[in-house]
Ligand binder design. Structure first.
Ligand code: SF4
Ligand code: MG
Length: 336
């Protein structure tokens, strides 16, 4: 059976004046209709570059250098710019962290949603306005008949993100990619927006890719999670496996860095993983996480681990899962 989206060994690089930065180094995953997938990682992990590659919105000097991005069985890498424009308007929509960068301050919210609808669907302006009001209502904006004629600055941050979601969904995309959609919002609003996304997924059967640095954000919305680091997927599994049975030291580190509910407002109390991500201008030849991993062995530095499948839909790229790996008690306690 064909997946809605299937990436095969995607590689994307940035050709800078100092050399080739290998931002994505062979990423493969799939997404089915109506599914929500979380992509989690620190900044520089390649999660946003993955989404920009799928959308074919990479800016110079970024370039897809290998692999496939199959959407409904067709490789998006082979599409012309014009074909991609149509796919972006009709089939794949994207929302970003800061709606102010996507909403134009000089037009009303309604004008912008109506324009998006008219551009991609052959319906009259009056019908598009009706539809825009419906969409604003769907995303929980109160008195949409009145709100539709207001400007973005008259909306609160949370309301603007709702309006962005309304705009993204107005063309009824098969896939919605949300890149850090709640990062700029305070905790209460963040929870409301995530609740909305979950709700919309169930109502509209839209597939969702939710990209975030915060593993805590994806738990509720996504049934599967991918953990990225250094341009590679280190672990992939169902959400419950990632949270309760993680098999990669980096995933463990991310789990420890989720603030407890009581501390949610207090971002200072996050326990970050010490160290910083690898330099992708000269990617390490071994495990990308080796420099920060408390379990690193010699083989980790010398050789890139392969994926071990813990289950059919749960894989981890770590030497500790190799049958010949030393059985260290503390590791076993944490990983097994
Ligand atoms: Fe740590 Fe080695 Fe596993 Fe990488 S392969 S995560 S360095 S134990
Ligand atoms: Mg990003």
């Amino acid at each position: 059976k064909d997946h809605l989206l299937e990436l095969k060994e995607l590689r994307t690089s940035f050709f800078t004046h100092v050399g080739e930065v290998k931002a994505i180094r062979g990423v493969s995953f799939h997404l089915d209709k109506g599914e929500a997938l979380g992509i989690v990682g620190e900044s520089g992990s390649g999660k946003s570059v993955t989404s920009m590659s799928i959308m074919r919105l990479l800016q110079h000097p970024g370039k897809i250098v290998g692999g496939e991005i199959n959407f409904n069985g067709e490789n998006l890498i082979d599409k012309s710019d014009k074909e991609m424009q149509s796919i972006r308007g009709n089939d794949i929509a994207m929302i970003f962290q800061d709606p102010m960068t996507s909403l134009n301050p000089v037009y009303t919210v309604g004008d912008q949603i109506i324009e998006a609808i008219v551009k991609h669907q052959k319906i009259s302006k009056a019908d598009a306005r009706k539809k825009a009001i419906e969409m604003l209502n769907l995303v929980g904006i109160p008195s949409p008949e009145k709100r539709i004629d207001q400007y973005p600055h008259e909306f609160s941050g949370g309301m603007r993100q709702r309006a962005m979601i309304a705009m993204a969904l107005s063309c009824e995309p098969q896939l919605l990619i949300a890149d850090e959609p709640t990062t700029a919002l305070d905790v209460t609003i963040q929870a409301q927006i995530l609740e909305l996304m979950k709700d919309l997924k169930n109502k509209l059967d839209t597939s969702i890719i939710l990209i975030t640095h915060d593993l805590g954000v994806v738990a509720d919305v996504c049934s599967r999670i991918i953990v990225m680091y250094g341009g590679i997927i280190l672990e992939e599994g169902r959400s419950e496996d990632i949270f309760y049975n993680p098999k990669h030291p980096y995933t463990l580190g991310l789990l420890k860095s989720i603030p407890k509910l009581a501390d949610k407002e207090d971002k200072e109390r996050l326990i970050p993983i010490p160290g910083s991500p690898p330099d992708l201008l000269k990617p390490p030849k071994g495990c990308p996480f080796a420099a920060r991993c408390e379990y690193a062995m010699k083989v980790c530095i010398d050789k890139m681990p392969e994926y071990t499948y813990v289950k059919e839909d749960h894989r981890s790229m770590c030497w500790l899962l190799h049958p010949d790996a030393p059985k260290v008690d503390s590791i076993n306690k944490n990983l097994k």
